[in-house]
Design a protein around this ligand. Structure first.
Ligand SMILES: *[C@@H]1O[C@H](CO)[C@@H](O)[C@H](O)[C@H]1NC(C)=O
Ligand SMILES: *[C@@H]1O[C@H](CO)[C@@H](O)[C@H](O)[C@H]1NC(C)=O
Ligand SMILES: *[C@@H]1O[C@H](CO)[C@@H](O)[C@H](O)[C@H]1NC(C)=O
Ligand SMILES: *[C@@H]1O[C@H](CO)[C@@H](O)[C@H](O)[C@H]1NC(C)=O
Length: 312
């Protein structure tokens, strides 16, 4: 019973895929003039030369073992299976049609620039909003800001945490959790990062008494990467380090500590900031802080938009 349905579905799939291939080659569906690659597999290119419902014989066997012996005599034609229900086939067909429509759409999306670097190449010069399609086969196109005012075109993705935000009060490590909303899927933003030569995102902590990396590991503060992993390297620092840029050079407010803020003074504000540039971790999807429970403690965070340049 399944055999018949599958066999029919295989033919329908082939018709749809053949038409899709023709579409990719810029042909009308059913036009088989140059589909030589397709005619090799015993169906002709083009829907009308395939006759759904004609029995195939026994093609459903699978090869077992690692090598084959001499070919035996041709086998008998298999017996006709019970036909699948019309409804079953209609449903499968409509699903396949949907998939083909979606694939066509994605092929059309290949004509859309992958980032602002390509927008410039296509001679649209004015800075502003543009639709980009960094990976047509993985994510849908989306709107970004293109800035062409500098030497290198910048693709900018904004989010809801760009202005300085007061960190709400709580004491335990990473008790404060701010999610960053790009109004896009993380996969879409990540696709832009992957297709770009380089990307950066500015991160800043302004603090009064809050000590984000005092005990280094586990740290009180972290930011969340594209794949939901807590990261403990601050702006200007490579992924294999913990803490802030001044900590690497021993130039923090308290020279032995990992960040300026780790000084901990409640009478003097400090700042730790810099660009995050390690592409596999971008974009930033969240910010985690703590050690802010006391009345004398205060802290503020700022996260820049994602800015990408170049094209891979
Ligand atoms: C079809 O092939 C399979 C696998 O080789 C075999 O087990 C089965 O007996 C064959 N059926 C017919 C009707 O020849
Ligand atoms: C735009 O493209 C031109 C020509 O490819 C290039 O010289 C120019 O630097 C580009 N401008 C920006 C802003 O990328
Ligand atoms: C904190 O920073 C201030 C100003 O740089 C400095 O005078 C003070 O000694 C630092 N505190 C500690 C504990 O290092
Ligand atoms: C997340 O990304 C890091 C690299 O930044 C990688 O080591 C880790 O395996 C990834 N985790 C998942 C769940 O993909």
């Amino acid at each position: 019973m399944r055999y018949m349905a599958v066999s029919k579905m295989q033919r329908l799939t082939l018709i749809l895929v053949t038409n899709l291939l023709a579409y990719v080659n810029g042909q009308a569906p059913g036009d088989d003039r140059t589909c030589t690659g397709v005619t090799n597999i015993h169906y002709h290119c083009g829907g009308e030369s395939v006759s759904p419902g004609v029995e195939d014989g026994n093609q459903s066997g699978s090869f077992k073992g690692s090598y084959r012996g001499k070919a035996g005599p041709k086998g008998d034609k298999g017996s006709q299976g019970e036909p699948g229900t019309n409804e079953e086939i209609e449903n499968e067909l409509s699903l396949l049609k949907q998939e083909v429509a979606e694939l066509r759409q994605r092929l059309d999306n290949q004509a859309i620039p992958r980032s602002c670097a390509e927008v410039n190449e296509t001679a649209h010069r004015a800075s502003g909003r543009y639709i980009i399609s960094p990976n047509p086969f993985r994510v849908l196109p989306f709107s970004v800001s293109c800035d062409f005012s500098n030497v290198v075109a910048e693709t900018i993705v904004h989010h809801d945490s760009e202005t300085e935000i007061t960190i709400s009060k709580c004491e335990p490590s990473r008790c404060y959790n701010r999610k960053v909303d790009y109004q896009l899927s993380i996969d879409q933003v990540a696709a832009l990062v992957d297709v770009s030569t380089s990307c950066r995102q500015f991160i800043k902590l302004r603090c009064l008494g809050v000590q984000p990396f005092l005990n280094r590991n586990p740290s009180i503060a972290a930011w969340v990467s594209r794949n939901a992993t807590a990261k403990t390297y601050w702006g200007g620092v490579t992924p294999d380090e913990i803490g802030c840029a001044c900590g690497l050079t021993g130039t923090c407010a308290t020279s032995s500590r990992a960040c300026n803020c780790d000084n901990g003074s409640t009478s003097q504000q400090f700042v730790d900031d810099g660009d995050l540039t390690h592409k596999p971790d971008l974009p930033v999807t969240g910010l985690l802080f703590g050690d802010n429970g006391d009345d004398s403690e205060k802290a503020w965070h700022t996260l820049g938009p994602l800015i990408c340049t170049g094209i891979n």
